[in-house]
Design a protein around this ligand. Structure first.
Ligand SMILES: *Cc1c(COP(=O)(O)O)cnc(C)c1O
Length: 357
């Protein structure tokens, strides 16, 4: 049989491009064995979707013989109104992870350079490297993005998760503005997956910086809105960027059930506000519980806490004995730490109990 050119060049088809063979594998958070509430390893919402959302999903199910709206018009209209931005500047994706890939596909090649924090949000490093780009990692400073050092890197694109995952820290909008002024980076992607949980949204979110033409903001329904399983996220960006990504996006990547769930969730302002406050309260209590047990906790602005644990396995085993599954820092590029997602009130009590014995 005649060998294809790619086969002849690289050998095995599994490794069609050598830099793809070298990519690290994404390791998901462990599931809890007996009670799903004990899964504190993936920063999901501990609260199931409301009856109102479930009804909307069930209703949308009746039209599953039809393709979904490729532009998620209802969701975009509701978002445009809520965020005071034009619908043309919003693109909805199959989770923000799809949007990260589309950005890489559109803007990166083997000649590009990307700057991220060390540790980065792994999907951002993987997407950059998948396109053959060089990913430059700049160590966190005091668990925060070192934007001064990052601004000195010669790069085409920067990914800034804010709050940062896995540290839970934030940089201010003013700091990102200064970063834009001092760096020559063409495009800055601010990933605001956890921004709903920060104490001062107005001084943190980069949404107002989109007007600079160099900033795209990513958000998701996976965390505050409790729809991680529905796979829906969005980008707010200059309309040219939205137009470019739209050409690349598989038109039906955001399914009809996810669109229905997200649209219904946007109508639930009161219960969402309650959840936001509750998550912040539980975050405070979790921090206090770990500190009381002698651990040092990185002050978090997200829906998880990062606990210093020189012996990761000891803390993980202690939590696992109580059926609580957390994420080892060594799988997130931060050895000597354990990341614990915000729990439901009942699971919080379990955690407090475990930490006092
Ligand atoms: C959880 C998370 C997301 C959300 O991804 P989805 O694909 O929308 O579920 C994005 N960025 C970061 C940094 C995250 O931790």
């Amino acid at each position: 049989m005649r060998k294809s050119k790619i086969h002849r060049t690289y050998g095995l088809l599994e490794a069609s491009k050598p830099w793809i063979a070298d990519l690290p594998e994404y390791v998901p958070g462990k599931a809890a064995k007996r009670d799903a509430a004990g899964k504190l390893s993936s920063n999901e919402s501990p609260f199931a979707p409301s009856e109102h959302i479930l009804e909307a999903v069930s209703k949308a199910g009746r039209s599953l013989n039809r393709y979904p709206d490729p532009l998620a018009t209802e969701v975009r209209e509701a978002l445009a109104e809520k965020l005071w931005v034009s619908e043309k500047s919003i693109l909805v994706g199959n989770g923000s992870d799809e949007l990260i890939y589309l950005i890489a596909l559109a803007y990166l090649s083997s000649e590009s350079r990307v700057v991220v924090a060390d540790p980065p949000y792994l999907m951002q490093e993987i997407a950059g490297r998948a396109l053959g780009a060089k990913v430059v990692k700049v160590p966190l400073k005091n668990y925060r993005h070192d934007l001064v050092a990052m601004s000195e890197i010669d790069a085409d694109l920067a990914f800034i998760p804010n709050p940062h995952n896995p540290s839970g820290t934030v940089v201010s909008q003013a700091e990102i503005e200064r970063f834009l002024e001092t760096s020559s980076i063409g495009l800055v992607i601010v990933d605001e997956a956890y921004v709903d949980f920060v104490d001062d949204l107005e001084r943190t979110s980069s949404l107002p910086l989109v007007a600079s033409g160099r900033v795209a903001v990513l958000r998701t329904f996976s965390k505050l809105y409790g729809l991680a399983g529905a796979r829906i996220g969005y980008m707010v960006a200059p309309s040219e960027i939205v137009g470019t990504l739209r050409k690349l996006r598989p038109p039906f990547s955001v399914n009809a059930l996810g669109q229905a769930a997200a649209f219904a969730a946007l109508g639930e302002t009161e219960s969402v506000e309650e959840i936001r406050l509750l998550v912040r309260e539980i975050r405070k209590r979790m921090t206090a519980a770990f500190e009381k047990a002698g651990y040092t906790v990185v002050p978090s602005q997200a829906n998880f806490v990062l606990v210093q644990a020189p012996d990761e396995r000891e803390l993980l085993a202690r939590l696992e004995a109580a059926e609580l599954m957390a994420r080892p820092g060594s799988t997130l590029g931060l050895p000597g730490h354990v990341r614990v997602s915000v729990a439901s009130p009942a699971t919080l009590e379990q955690l407090e109990e475990t930490l006092t014995v």
